[in-house]
Design a protein around this ligand. Structure first.
Ligand code: 13P
Ligand code: SF4
Length: 362
């Protein structure tokens, strides 16, 4: 059955030739990754969407926000297809437009600016600038686009925060609290200058004091895969393999990132392993499909996942090769299934925030 599916995918790819490009995120299962023309982290995949203008169809083996981003960045005559529409991202779902708008209005009231049209003060800086992690809806990217804000990924969060602080006194960062906290902490921002901010959730402490001190206001989002990693797991790995080095994704909680030797995007993790030597032991804190693939690619080193319980990203996993075969067969038959199309006005505003990110890259 698997062989038949792979044959269907191969022959559809051959029939579509240059008119098709298949993009795959590192977390996709091997049976999907083997058919991708380009595999990368979310920043690289966003760039890849820009570099294949000859492809009429971009089939995105990843999750919904990535396909939306590809649609926003791709040319007008290109179509983006997500093989399974149910492949979302639970973290992206943790920030909805309404609650972010509500938080923004509350913040605007406190700092005394117009939430629809914030203006720089005498220092030439905005009171607050919104930064959204790539793992968010197109609507939130558009929110950032129209309010002077920007998008970041795990590979450029520090550059983007620096960009933001050149233009604003504070940042509202959503949805991932961990990426926001880890990045701001590495920039030297004290923890008590990064309060959590969501008006719909209960909060302790004194809100006015928090806002007075705040440099980064953090949303409550998190990744259910990366929040599983613990300092205990790192201690155990080091106990078992005293020479082992530990690298984790910055979506992991702060104590885990602090206890690791390094942290970085999925591509940074790949490069870390690539730069290692035969015999090295590397414990990795990220999604299992990627870790297993790295272990298979480098059989002369010991590469393993910090979490002993196998935990794939369940939504990335929803891209089964059967769905890929189905959308490709449909394209060969002249039908477009599961097109992801961001409404024009939203796309135009989101594009502003994405272009700022692409330009802010060092
Ligand atoms: P990267 O940008 O590092 O590929 O991360 C995407 C993601 O969803 C990690 O959970
Ligand atoms: Fe979303 Fe986490 Fe899956 Fe990444 S690993 S797509 S953040 S749920």
């Amino acid at each position: 059955q698997d062989a038949e599916l792979h044959e269907r995918i191969r022959s559809a790819k051959e029939a579509l030739g240059e008119r098709l490009v298949i993009l795959g995120h590192f977390y996709q299962r091997d049976e999907v990754v083997q058919h991708a023309d380009f595999v990368g982290d979310s920043f690289q995949l966003a760039q890849a969407a820009l570099t294949k203008p000859e492809a009429r169809s971009i089939v995105f083996c990843g999750v919904h926000f990535m396909a939306e981003t590809a649609d926003i960045l791709s040319a007008e005559d290109q179509q983006v297809i997500l093989p399974n529409r149910a492949a979302g991202c639970s973290m992206a779902d943790m920030a909805d437009e309404d609650s972010v708008e509500e938080a923004w209005e509350e913040i605007a009231e406190f700092y005394g600016f117009d939430p629809k049209n914030p203006q720089p003060d005498a220092d030439g800086k905005l009171p607050v600038l919104p930064v959204t992690y790539m793992n968010s809806s197109a609507a939130l990217k558009a929110f950032c686009g129209r309010l002077g804000g920007i998008v970041c990924t795990s590979s450029n969060a520090a550059t983007v925060l620096e960009w933001a602080f050149e233009r604003a006194h504070r940042v509202l960062f959503f949805p991932d609290q961990h990426l926001g906290r880890n990045t701001a902490k590495a920039m030297g921002i004290p923890l008590d200058h990064m309060p959590m901010w969501n008006p719909r959730l209960p909060r302790g402490g004194n809100a006015a004091d928090d806002l007075e001190r705040a440099e980064v206001l953090l949303w409550h989002g998190f990744c259910s895969v990366h929040k599983r990693f613990t300092v205990d797991q790192i201690d155990q790995a080091r106990q078992q393999f005293p020479d082992c080095r530990v690298i984790v994704h910055p979506e992991c909680p702060m104590p885990v990132v602090d206890a690791a030797d390094a942290s970085g995007s999925t591509d940074a993790i790949r490069r870390f392993v690539e730069a290692s030597s035969p015999g090295d032991v590397i414990a990795v804190g990220t999604e299992i499909n990627m870790v297993n693939r790295l272990a298979a690619e480098y059989p002369d080193r010991r590469i393993f996942c910090l979490d002993p319980v196998i935990c794939p990203c369940s939504t990335m996993y929803r891209i089964h090769p059967g769905y890929l075969a189905w959308v490709l067969d449909s394209l060969v038959a002249g039908q477009v299934e599961n097109r992801i199309s961001v409404p024009q006005e939203t796309a135009a505003e989101a594009r502003i925030a994405l272009d700022r990110m692409l330009a802010a890259k060092p």
